[in-house]
Design a protein around this ligand. Structure first.
Ligand code: SAM
Ligand code: SF4
Length: 348
C-alpha cells in the first residue's frame, strides 16, 4: 500500500471506515484465527531516568510516586500468571541502565524461568539498553521485547522527546533486538500533537520495512504533569483518537497479516469497549494487569488508567465473557508466538 492509499483510508469515515475495520477482522480470521493471547502485565518499577515529554513517569515529574517491586512480588505475579494459565508475562518498567537494574532484570528473568520450569514466556519492555544488556536478558530467558519507536518521523520524534534523545539510537536498539533473536515489537502513539496522517502512514510503513514480529499502538493521552499537556486542546478528540487507533490496527493487519498486535490499555482508557473494538479491528493480544493493586495507581504513564478489581479471577471471567460476545476466545497455556516471526525463523 502506498502512503497516499493509507492516508485516504485513515481519513475515511462512516461506512468506508467500518468496511476497513471489517477487513482488518476478516484478514485476521483468515490468516490467524479467533484466538486472543494473554500476557500478564507486571509494571515492575515507576523509576525512570528518561524525560519523555508525554509520560507521567518522566524523571523530572516531582509528583510521580516512585516504587520498585520486590523480587517476591514479581515472583508472585509470575505464579499468578501460571495459575491463571496465561502462558506468558510482560515485565514493563521505567528505563534505567545502571548495573544494579540490569543485573536485577537478569536475575528476575532467570529465576522466573527456573521457578516455572521454563513454561512461562517472558516479554520485556524496559527501554533502550546496550546490545550487551539485551543479549544478557535474552540469554537469561526473555524471548520477546517491546520498544516503541513512538514516532517514525524523526522531526516528530524530536518534538516529543527532550534534546538528549537520539532517533538513530532508538532505531539501532530495535535493530539490535531483531539481530539478537528476540521477537521484537515496536509501535507508536496515535493522536500526538503535531502528528499528521502522513506521519501515521509512515509509522505503518516503518513497521513493515523493519519486518517486526509484534506491534503495540495506542492513543496518546495527555498527562497534566508533562510538557505535552499544553497541547491537549490541539489534538484530535477522544472519539477521533480511538477511531484512528482502530483504523491503524485494521490497516496494519491488512499489510502485516501474521504479526502479533496488542489491543493497548490506552484504547480501553479512552473507551470502555476499546479493547474489544481493537480485537474486532485485528488485534490478537491483550495484556491484563497483574501488578499488585497498590502499585497500579502509581504507574501513572497517563491519567485515568482503567481501574481493575483486585480479583484477577473475576477480571479473567469478565474478559472471557466480553471476548465470547465478539466470537473470540482466549488461548490458554501457550506462549502465543508471532506467526510472522516463527515463519521467518523456519526459513532461516
Ligand atoms: N520505559 C519503557 C519505554 O519507554 O519503552 C517502557 C514503559 S513506557 C511507560 C511504555 C509506553 O507507554 C511507551 O512506549 C509509550 O508509547 C507509552 N506512553 C507513555 N506516555 C503515554 C501517554 N501519555 N499516552 C499514551 N501512551 C503513553
Ligand atoms: Fe520513561 Fe518509558 Fe515513560 Fe519515557 S515512556 S519517561 S522511558 S517510562
Amino acid at each position: 500500500m502506498t502512503v497516499d492509499e493509507i492516508k485516504s483510508l485513515l481519513a475515511s469515515q462512516g461506512e468506508e471506515a467500518q468496511a476497513l475495520l471489517n477487513k482488518g477482522l476478516q484478514t485476521k480470521l483468515q490468516t490467524l484465527d479467533n484466538c486472543v493471547h494473554l500476557r500478564g502485565l507486571i509494571e515492575y518499577s515507576s523509576c525512570c531516568a528518561k524525560n519523555c515529554l508525554y509520560c507521567g513517569l518522566r524523571c523530572t515529574n516531582a509528583s510521580a510516586i516512585r516504587y520498585t517491586m520486590s523480587d517476591q512480588e514479581v515472583f508472585d505475579c509470575a505464579q499468578l500468571a501460571m495459575q491463571l494459565h496465561y502462558g506468558s508475562i510482560a515485565i514493563q518498567s521505567g528505563e534505567r541502565s545502571d548495573r544494579a537494574f540490569v543485573d536485577k532484570i537478569t536475575f528476575l528473568v532467570r529465576e522466573i524461568k527456573r521457578q516455572t520450569d521454563g513454561k512461562l514466556g517472558i516479554t520485556l519492555s524496559c527501554g533502550e539498553q546496550t546490545e550487551e544488556t539485551y543479549r544478557k536478558w535474552f540469554d537469561a530467558g526473555a524471548h520477546r521485547y517491546l520498544l516503541r519507536i513512538e514516532a517514525s518521523n524523526p522531526d516528530l520524534y524530536y518534538k516529543i522527546h527532550p534534546k538528549d534523545h537520539d532517533f538513530d539510537k532508538r532505531v539501532a536498539c530495535i535493530e539490535s533486538l531483531i539481530k539478537i533473536g528476540y521477537q521484537t515489537g515496536t509501535g507508536c502513539m496515535i493522536g500526538l500533537p503535531f502528528q499528521t496522517l502522513d506521519d501515521l502512514a509512515s509509522d505503518l510503513l516503518f513497521f513493515q520495512e523493519k519486518q517486526v514480529a509484534m506491534v503495540g499502538m495506542g492513543p496518546f493521552i495527555p498527562h497534566p504533569d508533562t510538557p505535552l499537556w499544553q497541547y491537549r486542546n490541539a489534538i484530535p478528540s477522544v472519539a477521533e483518537r480511538v477511531q484512528l487507533t482502530l483504523k491503524m490496527i485494521a490497516l496494519l493487519r491488512i499489510i502485516m497479516p501474521e504479526i502479533n498486535m496488542v489491543a493497548a490499555t490506552a484504547v480501553q482508557t479512552l473507551d470502555p469497549q476499546g479493547r474489544e473494538k481493537a480485537v474486532k479491528a485485528g488485534a490478537n493480544v491483550i495484556m491484563p494487569n497483574l501488578s499488585p493493586e497498590n502499585y497500579r495507581k502509581e504507574y501513572l504513564i497517563y491519567p485515568d488508567k482503567p481501574s481493575v478489581s483486585d480479583n484477577a479471577i473475576n477480571d479473567q471471567q469478565e474478559l472471557e465473557k466480553s471476548l465470547q460476545a465478539i466470537n473470540h476466545r482466549i488461548l490458554y497455556d501457550a506462549w502465543g508466538d508471532s506467526v510472522a516471526f516463527t515463519k521467518q525463523h523456519l526459513k532461516s
